[in-house]
Design a protein around this ligand. Sequence first.
Ligand SMILES: O=C(O)Cc1cc(O)ccc1O
Ligand SMILES: [Fe+2]
Length: 292
Amino acid sequence: MGLWIETECGRLLVSPGEIAVVPQGFRFSIDLPDGDSRGYVAEIYGAHFQLPDLGPIGANGLAAPRDFLAPTAWFEEGLRPEYTIVQKFGGELFTAKQDFSPFNVVAWHGNYVPYKYDLQKFCPYNTVLVDHGDPSINTAPTDKPGVALLDFVIFPPRWLVAEHTFRPPYYHRNCMSEFMGLIYGAYEAKADGFLPGGASLHSCMTPHGPDTTTYEATIARVNAMAPSKLTGTMAFMFESALVPRVCHWALESPFLDHDYYQCWIGLKSHFSRIGLNETNAEQTEKKTEALE
Ligand SMILES: O=C(O)Cc1cc(O)ccc1O
Ligand SMILES: [Fe+2]
């Protein structure tokens, strides 16, 4: 079922595979009808989420405004003795008691509201000939495209059709920090060890890319790659221009993967000079001669 989120504007039932945004200042409470549940939470202090400008994509694509659903008014009446409100202020949590529910708003209008979005509604755009696009092409909400406090990027099921291209994510460093989570299925860059519910963090300028198994399997197929479909998967990335600090709770967690770096052990070059009409050494020689 998911989460029941109660807010002053009404209730949202947020199912697995959906995201919810609660704007700053709202009272909310979360009920877990399925018992223990897991998910990912990000809190930003700054601008509010918006959809990225579609640029040359134009009218349609990525996350469509119509798919962001706000609740209708719903309210609780009567006495609720000892109702505890937890309020965050200046980074600290405070409590207050009152004898009524904060969810007593019988009607509302406006657009500063909580909302939810089903990630399966996302309309991905991708390369249709060569090369691997920047993941920003999969941005759903962001607060400031390019240098965001938080871009929410998704990696949904999609066709991969690029030719003469290493199709999984390239090896790279990023000026943004990348926190990735896997909601279900498998992530295209990690054959082992990155499981649903897990998370990885590649901080600003930390090199990363597919694990050795993915790399070798891709290289083995690279010259004979028909269109193929990534199915049954949903990964996401919180991408931030800020550098996240890892809290003690995470560092001391028994689930911390101390051996994560091992996923790249054994990567070896498959570069071949065959087919090149000029070797690197010959080019260097020419450049040196030209300088003399
Ligand atoms: O690192 C990652 O797996 C996320 C990512 C995916 C992609 O397709 C291109 C760049 C990138 O950072
Ligand atoms: Fe990355």
